[in-house]
Ligand binder design. Structure first.
Ligand code: BGC
Length: 358
């Protein structure tokens, strides 16, 4: 079986009867459904023609939002009264497969998944032409818009679930991109003004010299770092165009610091998680950029590299421990959490996305 078909199979097999996708079935910490991972998995399934799978996931998210929308009201009440808000009071990043919060401690204050979900839902509606979903789920959509409008400029954990005291450029990309895509249907002036505000914030605060930075630190009023998730500014969220000089310089820096000449892409230079290996999803993301900018040979090179990381059963891991950035941490994580997660559904989803686009 080729990797495209085995990827579909892995995803279908690991979608629960509730609609949620398990992040990775063989890795204890990933036996949950993340909104972020799920949005891209559902998008891949839509591209491959498995709309029912994607719909089930989105309906699962709607139920989760409905169940926990009281938290948004509670947070807003606290915000109005100027009261301190605890990380766990925010909407969570991951849920049990049944769609409930989990009591195990986890860095839950993450906004990117909810922004990405607005994008994912609008893509699902576009691909299936089922606009009635907007009316059906307008309460949940408006709840998430309200949530993001009020909290987008607060520090949060990033998409790697780290750095809680910073404002992350890729998180802002998800929020601005999600809002602007759903607004293609809602046509609200208020939402477009907010998108402009977030985009201006990125240009004013999340830039170092001539390139985008990983995050903005509100305590020092400075931007810092490089991270492969900066690709999200364009793919898929289109907060900027691929030709934007700041974006072009960012990609060039990424190629220099994060791309291995005959391999894949690291998350960021200081990464120590499993020694800081090469990530399948990010290698796919760079290939996505190469496809859209006509650099097909470079895209194929990355696609072939991704294929080389699959095992004989056609399972893709989260990352591979080659060219480690911090080798001594590899064993530390293996001892702590076991071997690298495999299969990782998000890796399979990104492979499907690439093969659908090239
Ligand atoms: C990654 C997250 C991801 C989660 C589940 C974490 O290690 O940093 O981005 O959502 O795994 O795949």
């Amino acid at each position: 079986m080729n990797l495209f078909d085995s990827s579909i199979k892995v995803i279908l097999k690991n979608q629960s009867k509730y609609g949620s996708y398990i992040a990775s079935p063989n890795f204890k910490q990933y036996k949950y459904s993340w909104i972020r991972d799920g949005v891209f998995i559902a998008y891949a399934m839509d591209l491959a023609g498995y709309h029912k799978s994607s719909r089930l996931f989105h309906e699962w998210v709607m139920k989760v939002i409905k169940r926990y929308s009281w938290k948004v009201e509670y947070l807003l009440e606290k915000l109005r009264k100027g009261k301190r808000r605890d990380h766990n009071e925010y909407l969570h990043a991951r849920y049990t497969l049944e769609g409930y919060e989990d009591s195990a401690p986890w860095p839950n204050k993450q906004f990117d998944g909810y922004g990405a979900w607005l994008w994912g839902l609008s893509e699902h509606i576009k691909i299936t032409s089922e606009e009635y979903l907007l009316d059906k789920y307008i309460d949940q959509i408006e709840m998430i818009i309200k949530y993001l409008s009020n909290f987008w400029n607060e520090p949060s954990y990033d998409c790697w679930e780290e750095n809680p005291d910073k404002i992350h450029t890729s998180t802002l990309a998800c929020i601005a991109g999600g809002l602007s895509h759903i607004n293609n249907y809602l046509q609200s002036n208020e939402i477009s003004e907010l998108v402009n505000k977030i985009t201006s914030f990125i240009k004013d605060k999340c830039v170092i010299g001539e390139h985008f930075a990983k995050f903005y630190d509100p305590h020092t009023d400075r931007a810092k770092g490089i991270d492969a998730s900066l690709l999200w500014l364009v793919y898929p969220f289109r907060v900027f165009e691929p030709e934007d000089p700041l974006f072009r310089n960012t990609v060039a820096l990424m190629e220099k610091k994060l791309l291995e000449p005959d391999g894949g892409v690291h998350r960021y230079p200081e990464d120590t998680y499993y020694g800081g290996g090469e990530w399948i999803i990010l290698s796919a993301w760079l290939a996505w950029h190469y496809i859209e900018t006509g650099r097909k040979d470079e895209a194929w090179k990355l696609i072939e590299w991704i294929e080389s990381t699959a095992d004989v059963q056609g399972n893709l891991p989260e990352q591979v421990p080659y060219n480690l950035l911090a080798p001594k941490y590899y064993e530390y994580w293996v001892k702590k959490w076991g071997p690298i997660a495999k299969p990782l559904l998000w890796s399979h989803a990104m492979y499907i996305i690439l093969k659908s686009k090239i």
